[in-house]
Design a protein around this ligand. Sequence first.
Ligand code: URA
Length: 201
Amino acid sequence: SAVPEIREPAEASIQEIARMVQACRHCPLWENATCAVAGEGPADARLMIVGEQPGDREDLEGRPFVGPAGQLLDRAMKEAGLDRNGAYITNAVKHFKWVPRGKIRLHQKPSAGEIDACKPWVLAELAKISPDALILLGGTAARSLLGAGVQITKMRGIVDAPHLAKRVILTVHPSYLLRLPDEMRKEAEFRAFVKDLSLVL
Ligand code: URA
């Protein structure tokens, strides 16, 4: 097959960006991943959502937010009155980072260097989609697009970042909700998450 033409990410279409992401060797994470997972959604989406990195299921399917965290995100978006299919959904880091733990592939947090290495891709996606609203899910997305030292608990909600989008919302990552052991706390945090998502409207 033809060798993909190397172009600046800023000039590329969303499909070309996805192809370049697939061939990315900016950091070593590709070596242990099944594939890269680029963003998914319409090129004219008015809402873009940025997560952390693909998980086990996403790595196998090559699509973002299709595992347990994705199902929770779907449910929260519905409750907030948002249409997932109308949104462009992507991750700050495009390859799954993991270590073997018995039979499972245990998720590992991407390093600052890995987040920075992947930043050109999320910036290219953002430039192409140019959404009105941007939702950042969790610390990795915040680190990538807002910089170091952002604390979700202190800054969650609408953040002032007009260089990214007209409306930028920072909230928790759905995986955080999945990990909460207490059911009442989980329900309260889910409601707070839905409330944050509904700030796009
Ligand atoms: N968690 C993420 O941050 N992104 C995914 O795509 C799946 C789980």
